[in-house]
Design a binder for this molecule. Structure first.
Ligand code: PLP
Length: 341
């Protein structure tokens, strides 16, 4: 089970997204261990490319990468200032008046960001709440104010009227704000220059996922074949006897399953295992540690079959499983041998 992660492709994707927003700084979202790919390795590569603004979900994630980045790299914590969070060396993005007052009481003089809610109703200060603390926030730290004022788009990967609505709300809520502003993740970068502001926050596009269609593929996952067998017409394969042979079939069993993040649903969605360029349909049910596929049409069965490659990337596999590339990446399990190129 070899999960190959192409750090050169991550770097190329960062540069390509940076080139799409030439007027803005380009940050890097490395939450959830850089979408499952190892933030301690990914973040320094992006720093080398020029990224100086990193985003994590939790303070603990920020502490994990802090030693791997030089001092001029800023690490923003999207959950803000939670009670007891270890925020030393990190910048909380404060999401409510409560977080703001907690942070100012406990970290006076230390940098902070502000997240505004512009319609998603998930995280961030609502307009009235923001009006209430705005003066104090802008005057904080000897008038320097927040290091960043940001919001997040709910529908940036679609052509939705909500994008323009959130953009207008962000303009209204930040009118006269002199602090650097940020609105866009990967999808927002692709929406165009009016969404870029001072800093962008790409995540999934760095790791080769939609909506960044031009992304270089980053992951390749190769699963060793444990054994093959011949199944006669009428015999079945796997739990529930859900698949029956209609012809004499050579079946290969590979060593990975839903415990490794290869969702049980992907069998019904038409996922393939790949012998180079040749597709072998997954048959029967995905079990915890094993997947079966039809290799009848292969002249030779290789030692390993790919489930993620250039032909079937994270979004194709996600489509088969009824989910999104983000979930495929962040589900990839701990049992893989990870190899970095
Ligand atoms: C996850 C996240 C991002 C990155 O989004 P992608 O769609 O992966 O580019 C940016 N900003 C916030 C607030 C996020 O939660």
């Amino acid at each position: 089970m070899v999960l190959q992660i192409d750090l050169g492709a991550v770097a190329a994707n960062w540069k390509a997204l940076a080139a799409k927003a030439p007027g803005a700084r380009t940050g890097a979202v490395v939450k959830a261990d850089a979408y499952g790919l190892d933030a301690a390795l990914v973040a320094p590569v992006l720093y080398e490319c020029g990224a100086r603004d990193f985003f994590v979900a939790l303070a603990s994630e920020g502490q994990a990468i802090r030693p791997h980045l030089p001092g001029d790299a800023r690490i923003f914590v999207l959950s803000g200032h939670m009670a007891g969070a270890p925020l030393g060396g990190l910048i909380p993005v404060l999401n409510s008046a409560e977080q703001f007052f907690r942070d100012r009481a406990m970290r006076p003089g230390q940098p902070f960001g502000i997240q505004l809610d512009t319609g998603m109703n998930r995280l961030g200060l609502e307009p009235a709440e923001w009006s209430g603390i705005r003066g104090e926030a802008m005057a904080a730290n000897q008038g320097q104010g927040p290091a960043l004022v940001m919001s997040h788009l709910a529908c940036a990967d679609e052509d939705s009227p909500e994008n323009a609505r959130q953009l207008a709300t962000f303009h209204e809520m930040t009118q006269g704000v002199t602090a650097p502003r940020s609105l866009s993740a990967t999808g927002g970068i692709l929406l165009g220059a009016e969404y870029h502001f001072d800093l962008t926050r790409p995540g999934i596009g760095l790791y080769g996922g939609a909506p960044f269609a031009e992304a270089a593929p980053v992951v390749r996952l190769s699963l060793p074949v444990i054994q093959t067998r011949i199944v006669r017409p009428g015999e079945f394969v796997g739990y529930g006897a859900s698949w029956r042979a209609g012809r004499v079939t050579r079946v290969a069993t590979v060593a990975a399953g839903y415990a490794d993040g290869l969702h049980r649903a992907l069998a019904r969605g038409g996922a393939m295992l790949w012998a180079g360029e040749v597709a072998c349909p997954v048959i029967g049910r995905v079990s915890m540690d094993l997947i079966t596929c039809d290799v009848t049409d292969l002249p030779d069965v290789p030692d390993a079959l790919d489930i993620l490659n250039d032909r079937q990337g994270v979004d194709a596999l996600a489509g088969a499983a009824g989910t999104i590339g983000y979930e495929v990446l962040t589900s990839l399990g701990a049992r893989y041998q990870r190899s970095y190129i």
